[in-house]
Design a protein around this ligand. Structure first.
Ligand code: SAH
Length: 251
């Protein structure tokens, strides 16, 4: 068909013009990933060294959690995609007044949740989607709830682009949990509240753990609640932390 031939001719003309810039973009991406790989490996060593201080018990952080941290491209979850910012052991602003937690805290919460490959996990506070991505590599299914629409949308896109197919993101107030997705083997809450929401305990399986910063803004403790019977829990405070507040929808 003449029109096809015309299109072919156009492509032949445009391609030589496009190829060098496509090549340059690919080269840049590879160079950035190589740089990031070094910074990511250094981040894992920093986390490993910090965990030796005893906060996670005698054993420190498990290798499977450290490996997931070492594999996950944290720089793709933050607005500027800067490696030096992403892999420093500090929190990073993600817009809308929210932050992605520092890598050590992400690793610590993941460890304390004691997740296993067949587990179904609930996260409250999707934010950038980074903690969900770590959990997704260590479990069967992750359901995560975010209250800020723009963050829920961005995290859905990032997780989709990176092919984290076992994560579902839902927009809403996570106080009531997500019963249709549960019951859950573990629940990770990444925003601070004065009390543990009762619906979350209800949706936790017996033997499961909920990890959450509990307390007012200035005096929060990373807390582990274990459900030891249908109507019994044990609670222990692990470390003082500072998280953004758990907000409530007005509906
Ligand atoms: N886990 C995130 C960090 C999130 S910061 C990450 O890995 O990037 C805490 C997040 O909790 C914020 O995005 C905030 O908007 C969200 N949040 C606060 N209150 C909430 C609620 N009631 N329900 C769901 N998300 C909430």
């Amino acid at each position: 068909m003449p029109s096809l031939r015309l299109a072919d001719r156009m492509i032949m003309k445009i391609l030589p013009l496009l190829l060098p810039s496509m090549f340059a973009v690919a080269q840049e991406a590879t160079a950035q990933d190589a740089q990031c790989a070094g910074e990511r490996a250094a981040m894992v060593e920093t986390i490993r060294a910090r965990s030796a201080a005893g906060i996670v018990g005698q054993r420190g952080l498990s290798e499977r959690v450290l490996e997931a941290m070492g594999r996950t491209q944290r720089h793709l979850f933050i607005p500027e995609r800067s490696c030096s910012i992403a892999y420093a052991d500090g929190p990073v602003p993600i817009g809308h007044g929210q932050t992605i937690s520092q890598p050590f805290i992400v690793a610590l919460m993941t460890e304390l949740a004691e997740v296993a490959p067949d587990h179904v996990v609930l996260e409250i506070g999707t934010g950038s989607g980074y903690q969900a991505a770590i959990l997704a590599q260590l479990t069967r299914k992750v359901c995560t709830i975010e209250i800020i629409p723009a963050l829920a949308e961005a995290a859905t896109k990032t997780l989709g682009d990176l092919a984290y197919d076992n994560v579902s993101v839902r927009l809403g107030d996570g106080y009531g949990g997500w019963p249709e997705c549960g019951p859950f083997d573990a629940i990770v809450v990444t925003a601070a509240l004065g009390e543990v929401p009762p619906p979350l305990i209800e949706q936790l399986k017996v033997g499961g753990r909920l990890v959450m910063p509990v307390g007012a803004y200035t005096t929060q403790h990373l807390t582990v609640v274990e459900k030891i019977a249908p109507d019994r829990t044990t609670t222990r405070a692990v470390a003082p932390v500072r998280f953004v507040p758990f907000t409530r929808s007005k509906n």
